[in-house]
Design a protein around this ligand. Structure first.
Ligand SMILES: N[C@@H](CCC(=O)N[C@@H](CS)C(=O)NCC(=O)O)C(=O)O
Length: 471
């Protein structure tokens, strides 16, 4: 087992998550990479993912594909025209799903392969490890244009170390492909990875040196940014020249983009709260918190039918998930609420008081988890018994326990609404709504403070504003 197939899968999953909420028409948007559309990028990645899979699992099919490609390249309008014909008009979400199915196969097949196995490719044969690393690099490099056109700052993982290594290993190739002699000594390279880890290569040197963000180094060697558009510290003639022509990919010499040409579009990127398309439970409490915090966010609602495909790409296979520009996705409703609460004055500053609120929020989650199995039962009689038992025991006990922890109110902290109140409100609203079969709406009638809290949240101007806004 080697790590690159999984790194490849994670890079693809991240882009899948980015693209899944888009409308079909959005895939036609032209990027800053040779005006390729998002459809073009996915088609290109998909065809070569398919090809690498053939190379691993069915060499004869790969050879036939390559022969066909070479025959047609001469008579057709180049590789893009070939790829367009190959994909047969597939576009938008349908293309996205096809790309996803194939990248998963590639990741599965390479995970089971011998990393040293020699595989055929368009250029010289490569090891399985190099082949899948090249697919990771291609996905990441072409992905940059997609993130850029959508105005999203990508949250990289340390898996980009694979691309940095490719950049280092292609120092000689970069010069050779440009018809230049390879300098006898490489500059010292010192990069900081996305996690803060520092990676170094070659002998320390103050006179030939490249230093800075690993992401920016990878962008330069993959030619998705001009070095002048980065904050990399580049010292010495060898380092300076290398960074001006670096090319970590095969093929003829390519000229890096001119300064300023490849960049993130200046669209204002809103935070996104991703959840199912209904106005309750963990998603709704996070939406209300965002609204109370005054944050303009995209309320992304995932249709049930799309969930099975998205589930494995979520941090914990569940929603809600909060996506902030340049950050990895944040899951777990309590973590989201506390994060928002801390930043926007909706959570106590005092550490102990904050922990007390968090305990109430955890208890609300415990109760939800106790109810969950009854949502999956199919036998009506079994549901009835289980719900009646819950109403008589866990729900009553939970209500009494929370009640004991409430003060003069109306909210947990007194006069000021906090995220813990939103959590309790959403659970109380659910239990007392009559929508949970066999749970009487009076189930919490022994908890006047808790009921008053829920009423006060429902009557809070900000909360009412959110509800009214959603109609
Ligand atoms: N502990 C998690 C639980 C998340 C959770 O179970 N979410 C439900 C919706 S409320 C979900 O995603 N269900 C679909 C699934 O698990 O496949 C949290 O608080 O966010």
């Amino acid at each position: 087992m080697f790590e690159q197939p999984n790194d490849f899968r994670e890079e693809c999953d991240a882009m899948y998550r980015l693209l899944k909420p888009l409308a079909d028409a959005d895939f036609g948007r032209a990027t800053r990479f040779k005006a390729w559309t998002i459809n073009d990028v996915l088609t290109h990645l998909h065809m070569w993912n398919w090809a690498v899979d053939q190379s691993l699992t069915n060499e004869a099919a790969f050879t036939a594909f390559l022969g066909g490609l070479r025959d047609k390249l001469g008579v057709q309008g180049g590789l893009r025209a070939f790829e367009n014909e190959w994909i047969g008009g597939l576009k938008g979400q349908a293309l996205l799903e096809t790309w996803r199915t194939q990248y998963q196969l590639v990741a599965d097949h390479f995970s089971a392969a011998d990393p040293k196995a020699r595989l055929k490719w368009a250029g010289p044969d490569m090891s399985a490890r190099s082949s899948i690393t090249a697919r990771l690099m291609e996905t990441w490099a072409h992905g940059q244009a997609v993130y850029d056109v959508l105005g999203v700052e990508r949250a990289d993982g340390d898996r980009i170390r694979n691309i940095a290594v490719l950049g280092i290993n292609t120092f000689g190739w970069t010069h050779t492909v440009h018809g230049e002699p390879v300098p006898p000594a490489m500059p010292h390279v010192r990069l900081t990875g996305p996690s803060g880890e520092v990676w170094t290569w070659n002998e320390p040197s103050a006179t030939e040196l490249i230093e800075g963000s690993a992401t920016e180094f990878c962008q330069v060697v993959a030619q998705t940014r001009n070095v002048a558009d980065t904050k990399l510290k580049v010292v010495g003639p060898v380092a300076t020249h290398w960074m001006s022509i670096a090319q970590c990919f095969a093929g003829p010499p390519e000229t890096p983009p001119a300064p300023g040409v490849r960049r993130r579009e200046a669209v204002s990127v809103k935070p996104r709260l991703v959840y199912f398309d209904f106005s309750g439970s963990r998603g709704e409490e996070c939406r209300i918190a965002l609204h109370l915090a005054g944050i303009d966010f995209d309320d992304v609602r995932i249709p049930r039918a799309d969930w099975p495909a998205l589930k494995p790409t979520m941090p914990f296979g569940s929603m809600p998930v909060l996506e902030l520009p340049g950050r990895p996705p944040l899951a777990q409703s309590n973590a989201i609420l506390v994060y928002l609460g801390r930043l926007h004055g909706l959570h106590p500053v005092d550490a102990f008081e904050a922990a007390r609120h968090e305990a109430l929020m955890c208890a609300a989650e415990d109760l939800r988890h106790a109810i969950l199995p009854t949502m999956r039962m199919t036998d009506p009689e079994q549901v009835r018994k289980a719900r009646e038992a819950l109403a008589a025991n866990e729900m009553k006990t939970w209500g009494s326990q929370v009640e004991r922890q409430l003060g003069a109110g109306p909210f947990v902290a007194g006069a000021k609404l906090q995220v813990a109140d939103l959590k309790l409100y959403m659970v109380v609203r659910w239990l007392t709504s009559g929508s949970l079969d066999h749970v009487p709406p009076e189930v919490l009638s022994h908890c006047p403070k808790l009921l008053r809290l829920a009423q006060a949240v429902g009557e809070h101007e900000g909360v009412k504003g959110w509800v009214a806004r959603k109609g």
